[in-house]
Design a protein around this ligand. Structure first.
Ligand code: GTP
Ligand code: MG
Length: 440
């Protein structure tokens, strides 16, 4: 099945989730300085940067992405973003807007935990001063953990009874319980391997169940923490504290407000601004451009954003969050082509190289990808080759050195291959980190 990767913004009310969604996508979600501005989830399409082979093979001028865009060898591939209502401590047992919004997370492949690092909102999203944002990092994980654990413990006696009666293995029993979270057996297997638990399920106590859920969460809901509102006065000292305590690979400093402001001013043609950088140019910098001159008030605001965010931190950070999330998921971009010299599309007679780019899960093999592209490619499969007419084994795992793939089939494939529909650009099973459904 070909569908998109979905990242979900989570966090307490007023952390800036909707602002973040708007900053990285085409969404126009409502933003407000009061808790629970968002009730129903908002959705948007974002573009994540991956390496496009057009640069390596000198085809930059012919590179014609069907979706997204390519800028000098950096391909921007569409993914789905979502922003849910704010979670408050106790959400898993119904507090705040409760469980419904945890349910909205079931289809997400990874989470972006938006944290208000300025300390100006309390755990319920109400205005305050000097709040310690470390609290938020801790309890959000606990809430999701409790949500899953409680759902499991509620039925534990009957789960054990059925497990014993059916003589199922542990992974199958747990997968039945976890399928509602978009899990597959390989995810459960990975979580069990990580946990190191080898005792029979019928002997597990509550602590063991909690430990399993902990590992399941890591595999099923990998999370990037966006320390948001870095433009505010107290953020600095909180950032230093958090950076010391947590894995820096999963932390990104952001100002969604600054990004939205820069995007808006760019749209109004007052500035040239390159996403993900600190580069902002005005009419004064580019007198021959068609940029509009800014009045003093606007000029001051732009300069303030430059001073507080861009010059200090290098960028607004929001693009970096997407890049890290994709890195965490470990997906690889694959470029199916009609032949490995012109790099034309197997799905279109239109001119242009590298039209299609599909993100696949780690471990996806050449043959599995054939199946993802089209059942007929799989059915009439002869062989696959990559650049230089190098044949690829069916079992070869797709990686960055063989991700330009041409399939040769015993019959011409007449029906359209499925990657051409709507905005699909990624092979996304409802789980993470493995394309092999049910593989153990
Ligand atoms: N200073 C500053 N304010 C921000 C930033 N991001 C968001 N805000 C402000 O924080 C407030 C809440 O923003 P929202 O995006 O509505 O927050 P939310 O997390 O979606 O809130 P709920 O929908 O109520 O859960 C608004 O006043 C935003 O303008 C930021 O990076 N810096
Ligand atoms: Mg919101």
């Amino acid at each position: 099945m070909v569908k998109e990767i979905l990242l979900a913004c989570v966090g307490k009310p007023s952390a800036g989730k909707s602002s973040f969604l708007n900053a990285v996508s085409d969404a126009t979600a409502k933003v407000g300085n009061y808790p629970f501005t968002t009730i129903k989830p908002n959705y948007g399409v974002s573009y994540v940067p991956v390496e496009c082979p057009c640069k390596k093979y000198g085809k930059e001028s012919q590179c014609k992405p069907r979706y997204g865009r390519c800028v000098e060898g950096t391909r921007f591939v569409p993914i789905q973003m979502m922003d849910v209502a704010g979670l408050v401590p106790g959400a898993s047992s119904g507090l705040g807007l409760g469980n419904i919004f945890l349910d909205d997370l079931r289809h997400a492949n990874a989470l972006v935990h938006v944290v208000d690092v300025s300390g100006t909102t309390d755990q319920n999203g109400k205005e305050t001063a000097g709040y310690d944002p470390i609290n938020d990092i801790n309890w959000l994980r606990l809430e999701i953990h409790s949500w899953i654990t409680n759902n499991l413990l509620k039925r534990w006696t009957s789960i054990v009874r059925r497990h014993v009666a059916t003589k199922n293995n542990i992974v199958d029993t747990l997968q039945t319980q976890f399928s509602g979270y978009g899990s597959v057996a390989s995810v459960v297997q990975k979580a069990m391997d990580k946990s190191g638990i080898k005792t029979p399920l019928e002997t597990w106590d509550e602590e063991t169940v909690k430990k399993v859920v902990d590992h399941f969460m890591d595999v099923r809901f990998p999370t990037i923490v966006a320390l948001n509102k870095i433009d505010m006065p107290d953020s600095d000292k909180n950032i230093t504290k958090i950076m010391r305590k947590y894995d820096q690979n999963k932390l990104v400093l952001t100002s969604a407000l600054a990004e939205n402001f820069l995007r808006k001013v760019r749209k109004q043609n007052y500035i040239k601004y390159i996403d993900g950088t600190d580069i902002v140019e005005t009419k004064e910098d580019l007198p021959d451009s068609d940029l509009k001159p800014m009045d003093d008030k606007l000029k001051n605001r732009v300069e303030k954003v430059q001073d507080l965010v861009l010059f200090r931190y290098g960028s607004t950070g929001v693009q970096e969050v997407l890049g890290k999330a994709i890195e965490l998921l470990g997906v690889t971009p694959v470029y199916p082509v009609k032949n490995v010299t012109t790099f034309g599309s197997p799905n279109s007679s239109k001119p242009g190289a590298f039209r299609d780019c599909i993100l696949v899960w780690p471990g996806t093999t050449v043959r599995e990808f054939a199946k993802i592209l089209h059942a007929e490619i799989d059915k009439y499969y002869l062989y696959a080759e990559t650049v230089g007419n190098i044949r690829l084994s069916e079992e070869a795992v797709i990686c960055h050195s063989n991700n330009v793939i041409c399939y040769k089939t015993a019959m011409a494939i007449t029906s359209k291959i499925s990657l051409g529909n709507d905005a699909s650009s990624s092979n996304t099973p409802d789980n993470n980190n493995n394309s092999k459904k049910g593989k153990k």
